[in-house]
Structures are given as structure tokens and as C-alpha cells.
Design a protein around this ligand. Structure first.
Ligand code: S3P
Length: 443
């Protein structure tokens, strides 16, 4: 049987490198879903080749969509709005992906047959009522009716009605679910959404879907009407800032090191991590800024820092840094003073109860902290290091917990046995290869 863990017992030595990270996961899944609804063959360059995206493509193929991959180009032959063709009794498997599991539902709202949606152990523990409720208001049926978790059956209807939807979590998945549903709903769909990543809005605009957005400080007022058709659209997918963040933090915590991360998506709704780290004293810079397919992209330049300031993290940045908090906590562990992060109950709704698991790991390596269901206080120590042995397992194979553990081992020292390395295939398949490329010693 192949080894199901890695061993790290050396900190990383100084490095000075230029690397690329894998394509953006949010953009890859959205592009594939929307391309399936367009007429003609859409092509994407640098689509993320991870399990979450692969599962997206497998689901679309089951729904009658022709997909081919050639070198770095993925082609999807869309069948138009609600153009899926499929047999009775199909099951769609969203694997580990909350984004896929939740968003695919909104493309099935006219399905004449029941379709079963399943996911892996982690996804089957996650809340789906957040998307089931608005879809039920639109007219969609779910079986069993009162269930809020996968597996679940969805059956569509021809009697769809537009809704007024208030999204107050700051969840882009919930907002996008209603936005995708509006593609098949007659009349005007209205959404008031707490700020969250806006990739879907940007894609809708470039697809010429009738959309109006009025912004206020914390909420967007979005008005949508059903488009007539969607035309095929090509996309050039930049690197994922959530993946890049592991290398940003590793560089910040290492001695005399520098890194340039090439062509990363720096959409303003995704760079909470950069804002937070710069508030803590990092001097992260964007270079060669370009707009590609409506998305702002750039190289990210980072160098090591000796002194980090603690932070009372503004909750207005929570949504824009939601996938990066685990790694931000590592900087807080080395900061001068007490850092406080609050209103983060959503972190416990991810692939694992992340706030709880991260606090447990940090505590067991000697970081002083206190936490509850939605907040964490980290008592930083600028000289923090770890010299003992630790085993990291039982984290529901959460890719980001695995990567956070690797970065902790390479930055803080000690001897680490970290289980489930294959978890990185969810979002960042080349993670360990890139770690080795910059000199990380893994066994
Ligand atoms: C995502 C939105 C976020 C994020 C997830 C990807 C997306 O989830 O955590 O990794 O692509 O829309 P929520 O919308 O549930 O906050």
C-alpha cells in the first residue's frame, strides 16, 4: 500500500524563486458550468486540473455535454440554456466540492426527472439548506423534502417564478446559485448580497446577460433577467490566489527569502489575504497588472519579514479572505501582540470544521490561543518555534488543513507526520511539487 503520509523534519532554507500556481478553482468551475449553457464550443486555457474541476466535467458529461482536453486547452460544446440531455435515474457526484454541489443544482431546475446528488464524506456533512431554500422558493422540488444535506434528489418544474433573495452570509456560492437559476427563470430576479467574490457577475457581464448591479458599502443590489441565449465564450484562467497564499506565507515566515508568483487572479473581492498580511507588516506587491476576461491579474512579489504586527482583523475582510484564514493564523502566531479574528462561524462550514481544527493544531504545537465557534484570539510570539514531534490526521482530508500543516512544518520546525497528502488534488495538485521546487525537504 502506498504511504499515506509525508514526513517533514527540516525547516526550509532561504530561497529566491519565481513560480506558477495552478489555475483558479472558482473561475474554473464557473466557466465549465456556464460554457455548458452556451451555444457552441467554448475553450479555456489553464483550466485547473483538480478533482473538484474534474468532478464538474464528469457531471456535465453525464448531462450530455461533450468535453475534450488537449494539452492546456479544455473545450466544452455547450447545448444552450437548459439543453442537457440525460437518462432517468442518474446520479451526479460532486465529490468534495461545495461549489460544484451547490451550483449544479441551479442548472437542473427544469429537469423533468429526479436527479440524485451525492458527495464525499466531508461534503455530505455540509449544509445545503442555504441553497435548497431559495431554489424551493423559485419552485424547485427536493426529496426528501426536509433534508438539508447530501445525498438529496432534485426535480425541476416548468413553473419557475422569480424571487427577491437576501444573501446575508457573504457566501458567493449562495449568491451564484440564485444567479445561475435566474438564467431559466422568467421575469426579474432580485438579489441583495453581502459582499463576496464577484466572478459570476463578471462572467455574466462578459456573456451579455442582462444584469444590473448597484453597490453600497457592504451589500450589492443585483437585478437579473433571463437572457435569450448565451454565446460560446473563451477564458484564460489565471493562478489561484488561495493556492498562492500558502507560498506567500511560507516566504514571509522564512529567513532571507523572496518569491514571485506569476499571473495570479487579484480580483478585489479575493485579496483580503493580501490586505490583512500587509496590515500585519508584510510588503506584498502586485506587478504587471492586467485585466484578462474582466478579471484583474498580476504577478505577486513577496519577501521575508522579521517583525509582524498583531491585528484586530476587520470583519469586512472576512469574505474576501475566507479560504486563507488558516494560513493567516500562522502569521498571527509569530506576530508581536494579540491578534483577534471574529465573526468566522463560516470557517466551520467548510471542507472540515476549519476554525476548530486549526486551533487544535496550533495549540498542540504550543501557540497560545483561545477560541469559540466563531472567533479566535492568538497570542503571538515573534520567536515562536516548534521542536517536538506531531502527527496531523483526522481532518476529513481537508486540502487546506493539509497545506497549512506543511507550511507550519517548514516554517516553525519540529518533526511532522502529516496524513492524507492526496488531499491537495482537490484544489492544488502541484502543491508538493512546487514545495520541492523551492527547496522544501519532504519525505
Ligand atoms: C467559493 C466560495 C466560498 C469559498 C469556496 C469557493 C466559490 O464559499 O470558501 O472555496 O467559488 O464561490 P462560500 O460561498 O460558501 O463562502
Amino acid at each position: 500500500m502506498p504511504k499515506n503520509f509525508i514526513l517533514i523534519d527540516k525547516k526550509i532554507k532561504s530561497f529566491n524563486k519565481k513560480i506558477k500556481v495552478d489555475g483558479d478553482k472558482s473561475l474554473s468551475i464557473r466557466w465549465a458550468l456556464l460554457a455548458s449553457q452556451a451555444i457552441g464550443t467554448s475553450k479555456a486555457k489553464n483550466l485547473l486540473r483538480s478533482e473538484d474541476v474534474n468532478n464538474t466535467l464528469i457531471c456535465l458529461k453525464k448531462l450530455g455535454i461533450k468535453i475534450s482536453q488537449n494539452k492546456n486547452i479544455c473545450s466544452i460544446k455547450g447545448r444552450g440554456l437548459n439543453g442537457f440531455i440525460f437518462k432517468k435515474n442518474i446520479t451526479l457526484n460532486a465529490g468534495n466540492s461545495g461549489t460544484l454541489g451547490r451550483l449544479i443544482l441551479s442548472l437542473l431546475i427544469k429537469s423533468p426527472y429526479k436527479i440524485k446528488i451525492v458527495g464525499d464524506k466531508s461534503l455530505s456533512k455540509r449544509d445545503f439548506s442555504r441553497v435548497i431554500e431559495p431554489l424551493k422558493k423559485i419552485g424547485v422540488n427536493f426529496y426528501p423534502n426536509s433534508k438539508s444535506k447530501l445525498p438529496i434528489y432534485i426535480k425541476g418544474t416548468n413553473y419557475l417564478r422569480p424571487i427577491n433573495y437576501l444573501e446575508k452570509r457573504g457566501s458567493a456560492q449562495c449568491k451564484t446559485c440564485v444567479m445561475l437559476a435566474s438564467l431559466n427563470v422568467p421575469g426579474v430576479t432580485k438579489i441583495i448580497a453581502k459582499n463576496s467574490r464577484d466572478h459570476t457577475e463578471k462572467m455574466f457581464k462578459s456573456l451579455k446577460i442582462p444584469i444590473k448591479i448597484r453597490k453600497s458599502s457592504n451589500f450589492d443590489f443585483i437585478t437579473l433577467s433571463k437572457p435569450k441565449i448565451l454565446k460560446k465564450f473563451d477564458f484564460n484562467i489565471p493562478g489561484d490566489i488561495s493556492s498562492a497564499s500558502f507560498f506567500i506565507v511560507l516566504t514571509l515566515l522564512s529567513k532571507n527569502s523572496k518569491i514571485i508568483l506569476k499571473n495570479i487572479n487579484i480580483n478585489s473581492t479575493r485579496i483580503g489575504v493580501i490586505k490583512i498580511l500587509n496590515m500585519m507588516g508584510a510588503k506584498i506587491k502586485f506587478e504587471n497588472i492586467k485585466i484578462i476576461n474582466g478579471e484583474r491579474c498580476s504577478d505577486i512579489k513577496v519577501k521575508s519579514i522579521n517583525n509582524f504586527k498583531s491585528i484586530r482583523c476587520p470583519t469586512s475582510l472576512n469574505s474576501a479572505a475566507i479560504d486563507e484564514f488558516l494560513i493567516i493564523f500562522l502569521i498571527a502566531a509569530r506576530a508581536n501582540g494579540i491578534s483577534y479574528f471574529k465573526d468566522l462561524s463560516e470557517l466551520n462550514q467548510k471542507e472540515s470544521p476549519r476554525l476548530k481544527i486549526a486551533a487544535k493544531i496550533l495549540k498542540s504545537i504550543g501557540v497560545k490561543l483561545s477560541f469559540d465557534d466563531s472567533s479566535i484570539k492568538i497570542y503571538g510570539n515573534p520567536n515562536f518555534k516548534f521542536q517536538k514531534k506531531i502527527v496531523i490526521r483526522d481532518f476529513l482530508k481537508d486540502h487546506r488543513i493539509f497545506m497549512m500543516s506543511v507550511i507550519s512544518a517548514l516554517s516553525f520546525g519540529g518533526s511532522w507526520q502529516i496524513f492524507d497528502p492526496a488531499s491537495v488534488k482537490t484544489s492544488f495538485p502541484s502543491f508538493l511539487k512546487k514545495i520541492k521546487q523551492i527547496g522544501g525537504n519532504l519525505k
